[in-house]
Design a protein around this ligand. Sequence first.
Ligand code: DX5
Ligand code: ZN
Length: 229
Amino acid sequence: MHKLPANRPLVAASILSADFGRMAEECRDVLSRGADLLHIDVMDGHFVPNLTMGVDMVRGLRRHFPDVYLDCHLMVERPDLFVDMFAAAGADNFTFHLEVSRPMRAMGVEPAALIDRIHALGMHAGMAVNPPTPPDGLAPLLAKLDLALVMSVNPGRSGQAFIPEVLEKVRWLKARVGPETRLEIDGGINPKTVGAAVGAGVEVLVTASALFGAADRGAVIRDLHAAKG
Ligand code: DX5
Ligand code: ZN
């Protein structure tokens, strides 16, 4: 498992807005311009109404980028079915959603047990909450988590507008997490919205459309790195 770079805030380039036909080149470009890690959005068509990419993408990226931190965000109903595959493919972090606790429990899998499995496989463990979901359900698990991800759009696609109301949850989490747990935000992050997110306590900034769609990607990364609350 790779360590996260020491600087804060970190810029996580979400490859969902990259040109999929030139993926390695696109990743090399944003990494050379200062992106700290790659964020990989996995969707199953059930938890969210879209299909994106899966474990083979992670394996391919790991082959091309042996030293880059790969942050995998699973928007799927049964993340427990995929955890071994992602570990074998070279994922550094495995994030699943609080909202799938119920379907997983119905199959006999407790979120706490899944976190333990993620760790046993040598990955960091993250949990995410969608905009309408209260964060309380994360409270008993926070001590085990390396990452808590607050979604600032409803998951499913890139290019949506930032929902500022979720910052309340970031502040709530910030007051409860220890120094080992990073707060990540995902959706609608750009040089205009980033200040509020960092001010609320976010340390890992996911960005897709604002980064890959920019004429000057380096400038976007510099702006995000420079953000102050
Ligand atoms: C949304 C994904 C995000 C998405 C962010 O479902 O989890 O990572 O790619 O896209 P932007 O930065 O364009 O809002
Ligand atoms: Zn994501």
